[in-house]
Design a protein. Structure first.
Length: 224
């Protein structure tokens, strides 16, 4: 198994950003860059990444989304208004943390202003459906001492809907490819287009981080 480095992660994130823009799925983007921190820490991040802490505050989802959108605190803004964030932190050559987030648009203002964007494209048919509920999701990984606890706070986990204690265990950290592939397959496939199949192939993965007790409950498997 080829373990990914921070330089590879930066390159893969930017490759995926470029791919989604070329597919016509995104209309604004912020490319990733590397930033060195204290000791041997290296971040793969994006401009205005410091604003993501807003998503952890006790405010309405609409207020959080509006703040992130106005500050351009994302790697990608999809045509339907959804925001995508990809952030990784390495300690020398070892992955310490990642935050991979998807914030769906909480309203239909863009549709009301530009209905042809949706009505002429099957991808966005769901946006006008009254039974669709916007649910943000986040894949987190944190291997720092004192920041994880077996089962209660898995190293790698999925959080749905901003629920503070919603931490569905993952078997391993997620690569940029796995994350974007998950988003496209579950939220942007249509009867005629399989956009995930057009993503550029990317090699490498991260070692498994799940504990045995976490395998005894419902969990998600990250491909190796």
């Amino acid at each position: 198994m080829a373990i990914l480095t921070h330089s590879q992660i930066k390159g893969y994130v930017n490759q995926l950003i470029q791919s989604l823009v070329e597919m016509g799925l995104a209309d604004d983007q912020q490319f990733a860059f590397q930033r060195s921190g204290r000791d041997d820490l290296v971040e793969v991040t994006f401009p205005k990444a410091g604003q993501v802490s807003m998503a952890l505050k006790d405010r309405s989802y609409e207020a959080i989304y509006q703040h992130l959108a106005q500050e351009r605190a994302y790697n990608l803004r999809m045509l339907d208004g959804a925001l995508i964030q990809m952030m990784y932190e390495f300690d020398d050559a070892t992955l310490q943390r990642h935050r991979l987030a998807f914030f769906s648009a909480p309203h239909l203002d863009d549709f009301q202003d530009n209905p042809e964007i949706y009505l002429n494209d099957e991808i966005y048919a769901d946006v006008v459906a009254r039974n669709i509920v916007p649910v943000p999701l986040r894949f987190d990984y944190d291997a720092r001492d004192g920041h994880y606890q077996e089962l209660l706070h898995p190293k790698a986990h999925l959080t749905l809907g901003q629920y503070e204690r919603c931490r569905i265990p993952l078997t391993a950290p997620m690569t940029p490819f796995c994350f974007i592939n998950f988003i496209l397959r579950n939220f942007y496939h249509t009867a005629f287009a399989r956009y995930a199949d057009r993503l550029p192939a990317q090699k490498g993965s991260f070692p498994e981080s799940i504990f045995p007790i976490e395998r005894s409950v419902v969990h998600l498997v990250v491909p190796q």
